[in-house]
Design a protein around this ligand. Structure first.
Ligand code: HEM
Length: 198
């Protein structure tokens, strides 16, 4: 049976859905309904960067469960939006610290989770740059190898969240469990994949 293609509206819809959290946050700040806008925006953008990262990792298991490969074509947008939210998150931090190296160094000394956050962003950077079809063609098999950086990035992003949470670890724990599930599924599949005869 021929595979149904991805409906034409799927990508535009996902584009709008992924932009909504930022628009909603900006609207709330503009409307004055947020007590501490800087803290609120930092947390919202961090939360969405992590959620979209895990959503992008959930696509291939979903494709297998739904037996619907066209879904895979939505993964890139989730990944690029994850990086976009991470950039806004970083930009807010830099604006708040006045991009002052002394303040940033002091922050790093006091809160090591900042270094972990920076590391995640640095790991995501080459993935975002090489997310185009052109880079995929140019790098060939090395593209998939490079994009395995998503796994340490996801682990460190959960660690970043865990580390900065002072009380009530329920949310970072939920992310850690979800990540464990998504990585566990990949390990299970790798172990049970039929070996090709050379
Ligand atoms: C680029 C460097 C980064 C810096 C400097 C940074 C810094 C921060 C800061 C200052 C906070 C707020 C902490 C608090 O209020 O106690 C925060 C929260 C957070 N960050 Fe980052 N971060 C970075 C990258 C990332 C990345 C790449 C991700 C995810 C992919 C991420 C996910 C989060 C999450 C989930 C939160 C908590 C949100 C919540 O409380 O709901 N951060 N980050």
């Amino acid at each position: 049976m021929a595979q149904q293609p991805l409906p034409v509206w799927a990508k535009p819809l996902l584009f709008i859905l992924c932009a909504l959290p930022l628009l909603n946050a900006a609207w709330r700040v503009y409307g004055g309904s947020v007590a501490d806008p800087a803290d609120y925006l930092t947390r919202e953008t961090g939360w969405w960067a992590l959620s979209l990262l895990l959503a992008s990792l959930a696509v291939s298991p979903l494709v297998r469960v739904a037996h619907w490969p066209p879904l895979m074509r939505l993964r890139r947008m989730l990944g690029v939006y994850c990086f976009f939210y991470a950039c806004v998150h970083l930009a807010i931090y830099l604006v708040l610290s006045g991009a002052d190296p002394a303040i940033i160094t002091d922050d790093i000394m006091k809160s090591p989770y900042i270094v972990v956050g920076f590391s995640v962003w640095l790991l995501l950077l080459p993935l975002a740059i090489t997310s185009t079809d052109g880079w995929m063609r140019r790098l060939k098999r090395r593209w998939s190898r490079l994009h395995r950086l998503i796994y340490p990035a996801a682990g460190l992003a959960v660690l970043h969240f865990w580390w900065l949470t002072k009380s009530d670890l329920a949310r970072p724990l939920a992310f850690a469990l979800l990540l464990g599930l998504l990585l566990g599924w990949r390990v299970w599949r790798a172990l049970h994949r039929p070996r090709s005869r050379s």
